[in-house]
Design a protein around this ligand. Structure first.
Ligand code: CA
Ligand code: CA
Length: 187
């Protein structure tokens, strides 16, 4: 499960969408939110870049979308807005996504809600200013010019030790699953 935690779940969810590209058109429920429509526009514009272009160019598009006030960093409000936008988009268009993308998206949103976005931001906020700059948000990833899809599929692109430390700090009180109940006597 932790292998999918690339840049913090909300940004991961956005990047998963961009890597998957625009889904085929089909009938859709009416009245999506403005933010979901904006995200859909981004996915359409970014499809070629994020499938075939260098990963940094794709991440630029995602970052510009997520950085609502344009100050170059993501604050908690922006991360929360991104989570809400991705969820709204998924509810609107998610049925058209490939099963693997849909599952990854659901996992990223679940992880964001389970851990708490405030804790996620804090875990990546190295200088403690309450915002994530690009270096902080992408700290566990070694970017190169391969397309995003190739980068996400390459375990060597991810600093697993650093990611594990971060996750351990996020989940200090994780409780083990309960032991299975003993079999009833006489069976
Ligand atoms: Ca910002
Ligand atoms: Ca910071």
């Amino acid at each position: 499960m932790t292998r999918r935690w690339r840049f913090g779940p909300p940004l991961t969810a956005l990047l998963l969408l961009l890597a998957a590209g625009a889904p085929p058109a089909r009938s859709e429920p009416a009245a999506p939110s403005d933010a979901a429509v904006a995200l859909d526009g981004l996915i359409g514009r970014a499809t070629a870049t994020c499938r075939d272009g260098p990963a940094p160019a794709c991440i630029d598009l995602a970052w510009t979308f997520a950085d609502g006030n344009g100050d170059g960093a993501l604050d908690l409000a922006e991360v929360r807005a991104l989570r809400a936008t991705v969820a709204a988009w998924a509810a609107w268009k998610g049925a058209a996504l490939p099963e693997q993308t849909r599952a990854g998206l659901a996992l990223a949103l679940w992880a964001a809600d389970s851990v708490g976005l405030d804790k996620l931001v804090a875990a990546y906020d190295a200088d403690g200013d309450g915002r994530l700059d690009r270096a902080e948000a992408l700290a566990d990833l070694r970017l190169d010019d391969r397309p995003l899809r190739a980068l996400l599929a390459d375990p060597a692109a991810l600093d697993r030790a650093a990611l594990q430390r971060r996750l351990n700090a996020l989940l200090p009180r994780a409780t083990p699953l309960p032991a299975p109940a003993p079999a009833p006597a006489g069976r």
